[in-house]
Structures are given as structure tokens and as C-alpha cells.
Design a protein around this ligand. Structure first.
Ligand SMILES: Cc1ncc(COP(=O)(O)OP(=O)(O)O)c(N)n1
Ligand SMILES: Cc1ncsc1CCOP(=O)(O)O
Ligand SMILES: [Mg+2]
Length: 493
């Protein structure tokens, strides 16, 4: 049975209703997580000023933890305002205890510096605050907060994110919303993989932004609690923010609370991805299409097989698209295999994609080539395009989908939809809901669903509107593969 993820928010209450715990509760409700709140301070503030902070006694917070831990264990602990040095000391012992006992708990920290209406929330110095950073998994400062924490006076968000990670945080997301310009770029640095993720959205000027920082951090917490990887939590949290700002873009009043909406689905709110591959190909045009229009004419079943024998068995069955996916063969064997496969596919007028080996696919004039995310930067996309080959790209979640879509490939694959024994996809199982989300994000590029799809699951996958279903073992391990193909073909039209 599916349970609702739990986020603990350890943060301040804002009596004007927009920030702190109020933002966290509203965001949690919008993004389908249960929120337990441990209030660190009862602040007095309105649209003009921060009047007082009033920290909570640490003994009360300790009692709340002791009470909650027995029946509402957190998936994520989100920390906002730390209102006193005593609270900081308490957190520095609490977090290691919880992490030791519940090893899957991640800590998200939104370092609240000063109030948006002016005034400081606490007298804790940056020097003291950084003691908590080695206990933090994800931190979500804006540029000013990042500068204060690191003591580095730069607006280079890459540098700030790396400097924060050097203080012990695993993932630093530095928000660029306070920069001047037409767009707002947030940068996440993953220190475990030494990777940057950059998401950019058009700036929407809204005076209803109070609590926006808390809401962003809560959205990141909620998506992580649902099990998303950081990059997908980031892309979705950015869309959630954009959706909320757009809602209130028309109001002219001086000051209002950020509007939490709902799980982001609409592509207009999703960010552009700025990755190394886009810098490598700043002027790439669209790859040749595969002769179908997204949503109108579908490709149906897409068998993925590893030998000439399989191609010979399946191609006569009226397959629209097929893939040769061979691993661990010598260059000479591959050369021979791909040459034969291309000749066979031309005979049957089947769209043959060659997995991985783009040079050999070009050499032998294959219909297309399929490339994984890890191999994208190494492949020569210009050469593939100039040779007139179609390009299919693997994606695993909305961040990679948006990244790959910007390259305008011939199709986008999404998976693994279900657990599969064909390939280790640990931590990357997408489910039907994520497939539906990327179908909403897709422009006019066909989408192929792959991973763990069998005859029983195919109808649900097909009902999402996907253009094609790629299958390995449901065909290759079927007692009668040709009959299995025919049954799939009946299911998919
Ligand atoms: C249609 C389709 N989708 C995804 C894949 C996986 O490709 P990749 O990520 O490159 O992994 P390998 O197949 O090379 O292990 C695919 N081959 N086809
Ligand atoms: C190659 C690949 N890429 C993502 S899942 C997958 C394996 C699909 O195989 P199966 O259909 O047997 O689950
Ligand atoms: Mg590959």
C-alpha cells in the first residue's frame, strides 16, 4: 500500500501568514506530503516590519521530537528559521542521532537570513551557523544567503554552490531569483557526483512573493520525500514556483503571500535546462523525424533485440520500429552485425535503430541511432544529423526529458517505467504518473515508454497516450515470441 511521505518542518511561524510554517503547510498540501511542524519561533511581523521573533524553548522542541518520532517518522527534515543559539546546538546533536537511527532521512536547510520586510531573525553568526552544514543534505539559499554563509562576495552561483558544499553540504541549490535580468537561473551542485544542474525560467514580477523562498525549499523537500532524484525535484520545484508566481502576476498590491498551486504538469511552467551538451551544440537543428506526428500516428510496439536471428523473426510481423541492442561484442563482430541488420531492415522497410554504436550506424546507413544520457556528450550529434540518421535519446525523469527535448531528437524514450531485470535501473523507476508528466511536457516529438512492460501492463501504459512501447523480455522470453508480438500489436491499436 502507498503511504503519504512525511516531512518535518522545523521553522518559524509568521503571523502575517505567508512565510515559514504557513508556506510549508500550504506547499505540503499542494504536493501531497504530510507535514509535521516544530515551531522554532512565534514571530510578530506584517507587511512593513519584523517586530519580534520570540524563540521557542528547546525543551518543547525536544518533547515534540520525542513524541513524533514514535509514530510519524520523517522522510525529510526541513529546517528553516533557527531562532537561537540553543536551538542550533540542539539541532547539531539531534540531526546525527536521527540520521544514525533512520538512515534514509535527508535534511533540507533553508538558511533564513533576514526578513523580506527588513530586520534580522536571530543573532546567530554565519560562523556559528555553518556548524550545521555537515549535517545537511540539501541547502537552498538565495545569492545573498549564500554569500553570507561562505563569506564570498560574488554573484557567481556556481562558485557559491561549490563553496557551500566545501563546508560539508552534499547538494547546494543557489537561487538566482534576486539577480537582475529577464530570466532567473537556479544552480544546483551535486558534490557527490561533481555535477551542476541549471534550470532557468523567465522572470515573473509578482508582488505576491512573500514566503517564496520557504515554499521553494518545501517543494524540494516534498519532491525528495516522494523519492525523486535531486535534478527532478529541482525541475519540478522550479515549475511549482513559476506556476505560483504566474497566478499572482496580475496583482499590483504591495505585498502578498506566494500562491501555492498544485503538482506541476503544464509545460509552460517548466524551466529550460542549461547543460554542457547545449553549450557543445548551440545551433543544432531538429533531427530527421520518423514519419509520425506526436499523438496522431503511433509507432506501437518497439522490440529491442540483440541478434540478426531476432530481427529475422520479428521484422516479417509488420513491426514499425525495431532496435538492435548488442553489448560486449568486438568491433569486427559489431561491424558485420550492423551491416547485415541494416540490409535486412531495408528489405522489410522497418525503422531500425542501432543502440550505442553511432559511428557504425552512420557507416552502414542505418535508419537511426539510440543514445543514452551518459553517451550524449561523447557522440558527434552533428555527424549523426548530417548523415540523415534519426536520433532517439533515453531519459529517466523530467529533468533529463527536458534536457534531451531541447536537442530536438527524433524520439524520446522514458523509463524504466517498471522494475526490469534486463538492466540495472535502481533508483530510476518512473511509474505511470511520471510517464504522464513527460507526455504533457513533450512538444511534437514522439515518446517511447520502456522498462518492465509486459502484456499485462501494456494497456495502462498505452492509455497514457505514449507513442510507442519498447520491450525486451516480454518478447524474447515469451514461450511463443511471434504470438506475443501479435498480441501486443492488437493491444496497442
Ligand atoms: C527505446 C530505448 N529506450 C532506452 C534505451 C536505453 O538506452 P541506454 O540508456 O543507452 O542504455 P543501454 O540500452 O545502452 O543499456 C534503449 N536502448 N532503447
Ligand atoms: C534497455 C532499457 N532501458 C531502460 S529499461 C531497459 C530494459 C527494458 O527491458 P525489459 O522490456 O525486459 O524490461
Ligand atoms: Mg546506450
Amino acid at each position: 500500500m502507498k503511504t503519504k511521505p512525511i516531512v518535518w518542518s522545523i521553522a518559524g511561524a509568521d503571523c502575517s501568514g505567508g512565510a515559514g510554517i504557513a508556506a510549508d503547510i500550504k506547499t505540503a498540501q499542494s504536493l501531497k506530503v504530510e507535514l509535521c511542524h516544530l515551531i522554532t519561533a512565534n514571530t510578530v511581523q506584517n507587511s512593513k516590519s519584523l517586530v519580534s521573533v520570540n524563540p521557542t524553548d528547546v525543551e518543547i522542541l525536544k518533547q515534540q521530537v520525542a513524541t513524533l518520532i514514535t509514530d510519524k517518522q520523517p522522510d525529510i527534515i526541513k529546517i528553516g528559521l533557527i531562532a537561537s543559539s540553543e536551538q542550533l546546538t540542539w539541532l547539531c546533536t539531534l540531526l546525527p542521532d536521527i540520521k544514525n537511527q533512520y538512515t534514509k532521512v535527508n535534511v533540507v536547510f533553508d538558511p533564513v537570513g533576514s526578513a523580506s520586510v527588513g530586520g534580522k531573525f536571530s543573532n546567530i553568526t554565519a560562523n556559528d551557523l555553518i556548524k550545521i552544514l555537515p549535517l545537511v543534505d540539501v541547502i537552498t539559499p538565495n545569492i545573498i544567503e549564500a554569500q553570507q554563509l561562505t563569506g564570498i562576495n560574488t554573484s557567481d552561483t556556481d562558485q557559491l554552490a561549490q563553496a557551500i558544499c566545501a563546508l560539508g553540504v552534499k547538494y547546494a541549490i543557489v537561487k538566482g531569483g534576486h539577480q537582475i535580468g529577464k530570466s532567473a537561473q537556479d544552480v544546483a551542485f551535486d558534490s557527490t557526483l561533481n555535477l551542476f544542474y541549471r534550470v532557468t525560467s523567465a522572470r515573473i514580477d509578482s508582488s505576491f512573493s512573500h514566503g517564496g523562498g520557504c515554499s521553494f525549499s518545501s517543494a524540494i523537500s516534498a519532491f525528495l520525500a516522494h523519492g525523486y532524484l535531486l535534478r527532478d525535484a529541482l525541475a519540478q520545484a522550479k515549475a511549482f514556483m513559476q506556476q505560483g508566481f504566474a497566478k499572482n502576476g496580475d496583482f499590483n498590491e504591495y505585498y502578498g503571500a506566494f500562491e501555492q498551486t498544485h503538482w506541476p504538469q503544464d509545460k509552460q511552467f517548466f524551466p529550460a535546462i542549461d547543460a554542457d551538451i547545449h553549450r557543445k551544440y548551440p545551433t543544432l537543428s531538429a533531427f530527421a523525424d520518423i514519419g509520425t506526428t506526436r499523438g496522431e500516428q503511433k509507432l506501437g510496439l518497439y522490440p529491442v533485440v540483440d541478434s540478426i536471428e531476432w530481427l529475422e523473426t520479428l521484422m516479417p510481423l509488420g513491426i514499425e520500429i525495431i532496435q538492435l541492442r548488442v553489448k560486449n561484442k568486438s568491433q569486427a563482430e559489431l561491424d558485420n552485425l550492423i551491416e547485415k541488420a541494416v540490409a535486412l531492415a531495408k528489405n522489410y522497410h522497418t525503422r531500425l535503430f542501432i543502440n550505442d554504436y553511432w559511428q557504425l550506424a552512420i557507416k552502414h546507413g542505418a535508419y537511426g541511432v539510440h543514445i543514452g544520457q551518459e553517451d550524449l556528450l561523447d557522440a558527434d550529434l552533428h555527424a549523426i544529423q548530417q548523415a540523415g540518421l534519426r536520433l532517439g535519446i533515453s531519459t529517466h525523469g523530467c529533468y533529463e526529458f527536458l534536457l534531451a527535448q531541447q536537442l530536438k531528437p527524433s524520439y524520446l524514450a522514458m523509463g524504466a517505467i517498471f522494475p526490469t531485470k534486463t538492466k540495472d535501473m535502481t533508483g530510476q523507476i518512473q511509474g505511470i504518473d511520471n510517464l504522464k508528466q513527460v507526455l504533457n511536457l513533450s512538444e511534437d516529438i514522439p515518446v517511447v515508454a520502456i522498462g518492465g512492460i509486459n502484456e499485462e501492463r501494456a494497456p495502462d501504459v498505452w492509455a497514457t497516450g505514449t507513442d510507442s512501447i519498447a520491450v525486451v523480455t516480454a518478447i524474447t522470453e515469451a514461450s511463443n515470441p511471434s504470438e506475443a508480438v501479435k498480441r501486443f500489436q492488437r493491444l496497442l491499436f
